[in-house]
Write a protein that binds this ligand. Structure first.
Ligand code: ADP
Ligand code: MG
Length: 323
């Protein structure tokens, strides 16, 4: 199984940014209200994620590193209704097969926690220890045992940018969680949590951006659309600031992009793009998330309803402000 893990790891673990994404999503699934992300040297040398979530019971820690070990779904039936971010049980196994991993974890009711070290898929060390409730995972030397994949990584600055992209998206996707992001010992941002998307945007993009956005709350035919939408004057030169989240996941969607741009069509200068951070909540069975782990494109079963909810929601909010 060792070789299989190493091969399959390529699917989930493409680069340091994918490690960060998987680990932070685990923390969110564990209901953490606070998560600290630290990276060094483009994340290749060092990634540490600390959360205050529910922890892993001592007797399940080693199991969590086995391929297809997930505590999140118990039947194939569940797949259609997944709301947790992870459900394949691949991330920990994959990461630990291509890096050196140290994990410390404690559940709220346990007196002691557990600390383990895994390298290249091999359990090196395991001990009972005293530690706070929650989980800390440290990953070191990504791809140290797969030189071909390591050689494929981009320059440190590029890998750092890719991680920052992932972390910004996670922070926007989860305004309920206080997220702290530290790059090479320097604090990059810290969000407040408590579902305060406006303050979150303030922390990430600065005061002016937060000032020129409207809060949006809209529901149409069972589809909830909420978030922040920029005034037509707050435009950007590219689509990077049209950000969409569905049930807490970052997604790419031509449909959502189209609905948004059509809603702003007569309002923003041609060639400019709006600033929107939209959260959609809809029944999980109406969105297909069971695609490739690193592909973000979604499919909707009722795309017209989704399009209308976004388009009408944005139009309504922009007009209420009498622009
Ligand atoms: P998945 O997220 O698809 O279940 P992972 O390999 O990412 O698979 O994680 C395996 C299991 O390890 C999870 O199902 C969960 O039970 C446990 N786990 C991983 N990270 C954490 C964490 N930060 N807090 C609590 N449990 C965790
Ligand atoms: Mg996971």
């Amino acid at each position: 199984t060792h070789t299989i893990n190493k091969i399959a790891a390529g699917e989930v673990v493409e680069r340091p940014a994918s490690v960060v994404k998987e680990l932070v999503e685990n923390s969110i699934d564990a209901k953490a209200s606070s998560i600290t992300i630290e990276i060094k040297n483009g994340g290749v040398d060092f990634i540490r994620i600390t959360d205050n979530g529910k922890g892993i019971p001592k007797d399940e820690v080693e199991i969590a590193f086995l391929r297809h070990a997930t505590s999140k779904i118990t039947s194939a039936e569940d797949l259609a209704h997944v709301l947790s971010l992870g459900f394949r049980g691949e991330a920990l196994a994959s990461i630990a097969s291509v890096a050196k991993v140290e994990l410390l974890t404690k559940t709220p009711n346990a007196l002691t926690g557990k600390r383990i070290e895994v390298e290249a898929g091999q359990m090196l060390h395991s001990e009972e220890i005293a530690c706070p409730v929650g989980t800390t995972i440290i990953m070191r030397q990504l791809f140290y045992n797969v030189p071909a994949r390591r050689a494929f990584l981009k320059a440190t600055a590029t890998e750092t940018t890719k991680i920052a992209d992932v972390v910004y998206k996670l922070a926007l996707a989860h305004p309920e969680v206080a997220i702290k992001y530290i790059q090479n010992n320097k604090l990059v941002f810290q969000t407040a949590g408590n579902y305060d998307l406006k303050r979150c945007v303030f922390s990430l993009y600065g005061k002016d951006t937060a000032k020129d956005t409207l809060e949006m709350q809209y529901e149409e035919e069972g589809i909830q659309v909420s978030g922040l939408i920029g005034l037509p004057t707050l435009t950007r030169a590219n689509r990077q600031y049209e950000q969409f989240f569905i049930n807490g996941r970052t997604v790419k969607s031509n449909l959502l992009q189209k609905a948004t741009e059509e809603a702003y069509k007569t309002l923003v200068t041609i060639g400019k793009f709006p600033f929107v951070i939209l959260h959609l909540n809809l029944p999980p069975e109406e969105v297909d998330v069971n695609v490739h782990p690193t592909k973000l494109e979604v499919r909707f079963s009722e795309s017209e309803r989704v399009y209308n909810a976004v388009y009408n929601g944005i139009r309504k909010h922009l007009q209420i402000e009498n622009l």
